[in-house]
Design a binder for this molecule. Structure first.
Ligand SMILES: Cc1cc2nc3c(=O)[nH]c(=O)nc-3n(C[C@H](O)[C@H](O)[C@H](O)COP(=O)(O)O)c2cc1C
Length: 456
């Protein structure tokens, strides 16, 4: 490990057939079946072979209203397995790797989500994490009885209360509440089970949960917002923040800001891990990698790139031509950090909408790089040692080969350089991330909720 004892965290962000919109058309053996569990099982096992910390499955609960025949090349939403269901299955075909799923706080209720993640944590032996998102668009809202999504900052207020309630529900059973004393006929000790009686602005939840405390105490909380309200939520509640960064200076600013914000909440900044998403195209030479990048780009129809740009920007560009420069766009109620990054990219590099769309459809606002395994390892080393990142979420462009390349060719270099571990250190995801197990809030603060539960 590095001199200051930080450990590089490696996750992999698995999108169906690969995150590159041309990626599903790339493998010589033909497209994968996105409904086939064995596809994901193989990827999780490969990531585990590479000793990666996390397999991450993102989510969105909707299907975009894609227009134009060429736009139907999109794979993102066509055959998107529900991620917590997928993780339950993955947990039985893996032993060590952490498993993280996105679940929205805007279109769910805390009791059911606390229960789902507590169950997953038990099933997986403490390897689960929750990527807390507030959702970004009307596409999802329209599936949950609304015409439009709740306002941006209001969603984050709901998310704060949501996460608080979930954490308290996870604590509603003390670690040793279940005694299973057959001779006395006592399965659990009621003095160690706590009511919540939460009555807040968004939620009323009596509790307790009907699942015992998760093995990790609290499953790992991940957050991926970049706006001031997203950063505040992460600084207070998250163990890990996923982010989209495309320059080392931007990554360093974000890193320093998140560590400072964590300290303001009285936290040890080392307990909030900053993990940018990155895409690598790998080949034996720089020229071969650049050629692969071009081949992949040619597989993306303009119409798909254009639709994706509009979705990512949260803006209607239908009045523009692909050769125009990006017009002024109003601040979105969707993802504000991503919008800001895309607008900055367009202005700084004076891109046409066509050029910008191709860039955005490949990497959103993250870094995309084509190079040799040594060059990619150099990149990881620089960002890690220069405090732009605590690690990376490797987002394969096409599957399974692009993940295989990273595990087989880049991981060994990072290991040889002493930057990445050669085996799992502990049993739970929390252990493997070097994060301590949280104390039970009801034990720490007897004033929390009506303690003990009413039947005690
Ligand atoms: C690496 C990464 C992964 C993300 N994964 C998801 C996801 O799976 N589902 C989702 O709705 N949003 C996802 N987001 C979007 C964020 O949750 C958030 O909405 C977005 O970054 C905008 O947040 P902001 O408005 O606070 O800037 C992701 C963002 C990043 C950077």
């Amino acid at each position: 490990m590095s001199a200051d004892n930080r450990r590089m965290i490696l996750a992999t962000f698995i999108h169906n057939s690969g995150s590159h919109p041309g990626g599903w058309r790339y493998p010589a053996e033909g497209p994968v079946d996105q409904h086939d569990f064995s596809h994901y099982a193989r990827l999780a096992q490969k990531a585990e072979k590479g000793k990666l910390h996390v397999y991450f499955s993102g989510d969105s609960q909707g299907f975009p209203h894609i227009r134009g025949k060429d736009a139907f090349a999109a794979t993102d939403y066509a055959g998107k397995l529900e991620p917590t269901t997928l993780l339950a299955a993955l947990s039985v075909v893996t032993q060590n790797i952490g498993l993280v799923a996105t679940v929205s706080t805007t279109f769910n209720e805390p009791y059911s989500i606390a229960r789902r993640f507590a169950s997953l944590d038990h099933i997986s032996g403490g390897r689960i994490g929750w990527n807390v998102v507030t959702s970004t668009g009307d596409i999802e809202a329209r599936n949950f009885g609304f015409d439009a999504i709740m306002g941006h900052d209001r969603r984050y207020e709901r998310a704060e209360e949501f996460v608080n309630v979930v954490r308290n529900l996870w604590d509603s059973w003390e670690d040793d509440a279940i005694v299973r004393d057959a001779s006395a006929g006592r399965y659990f000790d009621p003095a160690k089970v706590h009511q919540l009686d939460h009555d807040g602005e968004f939620f009323r939840v009596a509790g307790p949960l009907n699942v015992g405390r998760p093995p990790q105490g609290h499953p790992i909380i991940v957050q991926a917002g970049g706006s001031p309200s997203g950063r505040a939520l992460a600084a207070r509640t998250a163990d890990m923040i996923f982010t989209a960064q495309n320059s080392i200076s931007g990554a360093q600013d974000f890193y320093a800001d998140m560590k400072a914000r964590a300290a303001l909440f009285g936290r040890d900044p080392g307990t909030l891990l900053v993990i940018p998403s990155v895409q690598f195209i790998l080949a034996g030479t720089e020229e071969a990698a650049a050629r692969k990048k071009e081949e992949l780009l040619e597989l993306i129809p303009d119409a798909l790139a254009f639709q994706t740009l509009q979705l990512q920007l949260g803006a209607d560009l239908s009045h523009c031509s692909l050769d125009d420069k990006l017009p002024e766009v109003a601040q979105t109620e969707g993802g504000q950090w991503v919008q800001e990054q895309i607008v900055r990219m367009a202005r700084e590099e004076d891109l046409t909408i066509r050029e910008l769309a191709k860039r955005v459809v490949v990497a959103r606002a993250s870094l995309a790089m084509a190079g040799t395994p040594e060059q990619v390892a150099d990149f990881c080393q620089d960002w890690f040692l220069q405090k732009g990142a605590d690690g990376f979420s490797i987002t394969p462009n096409y599957l399974p080969a692009n993940l295989d390349d990273f595990v087989d060719e880049v991981v060994p270099i990072l290991q040889r350089r002493g930057l990445f571990r050669t085996d799992y250190e502990g049993e739970t995801l929390r252990d493997n991330l070097g994060l301590s197990r949280p104390e039970n809030g009801f034990v720490a603060d007897p004033e929390l909720g009506n303690e003990p539960a009413i039947w005690a």
